[in-house]
Every structure is written in C-alpha cells, then in structure tokens.
Design a protein around this ligand. Sequence first.
Ligand code: HEC
Length: 153
Amino acid sequence: MKKLTLTAALTASLLLAACGGAAGGSGAPKGPLSEERSTAFKSFMPTFSGMGKVVKGDDAYHPEQFKAAAAKFAEEAAIPFQFFENDPQGNGDALPPIWEHPEDFQAEQDKFINAVKQLNEAAQTGNLDTIKAAYGEVGASCKSCHTTYRRPK
Ligand code: HEC
C-alpha cells in the first residue's frame, strides 16, 4: 500500500516535470549556451547517421569515405562540450546533475570522447568488423549520457 502511494506520487511528479517548462511543448527554457549546445549536437548528426547507415548495411562501405567521416566526427563530437556551462537563462534539456556533479559529468564526457577516438582509429584500419564494434560503443555512450544528464524526450 505504502509502495503504491509512493509510486503514484513519483509518477505525478514525473508527469509534472515533463509538462512543466516552456510553452509550446518540449523542454525547459533555453538560454544562448543551451542553444549553442543543441546546435552543435544537431550539426554532427549527419556525419554520425551517415556512418550509422554503413554500419547497419543500408549504405555501401567505402573505406576512404568512411575514414573521412570518422575523422570529421572526431572533431565535431568535441564541439558541444565547449558550451557546457550552467546557463543562467535556462538549460534546455540539460539536467541539474551536470552542474551538481561536474566530475561525474566530465567522466561521462571523457568516456564518449575516447569512444569517438577509438572509432576514428578503427576507421583508419579499414576493418569493418572493428568499425562496427567501435560505432556501437559510441552509440552506447550517447545513450548512457542522455539517460542521466538529458531530459527524457
Ligand atoms: C556527456 C553527455 C552527452 C553525450 C556523450 C552525448 N550527449 Fe547528446 N545531449 C546531451 C545533453 C545534456 C543534451 C541537452 C543540451 C541542452 O538542451 O542544453 C544533449 C542534446 C543532444 C541533441 C539535441 C537534441 C535537441 O532536440 O535539442 C542531440 C541531437 C544529441 N544530443 C545527440 C547526441 C548523439 C547522437 C550523441 C552521441 C554520438 C550524443 N548526443 C552524445 C548530453 C550528451
């Protein structure tokens, strides 16, 4: 009984959290730093998704193209993290644990940057199996960070 009540209360507060914030739908207010972060994440998506299509077998594997994409991604992937400071005008979908536990967030970020580096190294070898495994690690790292540090969508 007690458990049920607690669950209900939690659900209610989660729903409130999900609905609260800026008018017009998703997310909380976004200040300029949060905008920069989102823009940087969105601008690396074509490179990341392009490699994903090759990894899934939807697009043909052209080693030279893939090498170039992975090298480009290694640069693009670092850019959003230049803008991870608490934005006084609103943090968008970036959650408080980022500012509350900066060392943990840094570790999550380092794990990601390292996975991206490994993917680039794998790409330069031209071995598709190694590439697939490395791409999987990068994807897992995106997900891991979003689970803890980004507002659920
Ligand atoms: C170390 C943490 C972290 C990692 C790693 C990370 N993200 Fe994010 N991502 C975030 C946070 C936090 C936000 C929200 C930023 C904001 O709203 O200010 C975000 C936002 C985004 C957005 C913008 C969404 C929108 O609609 O505004 C996209 C797209 C995105 N991430 C994709 C990815 C992908 C793909 C990867 C992996 C290749 C990735 N992210 C890796 C933390 C991370």
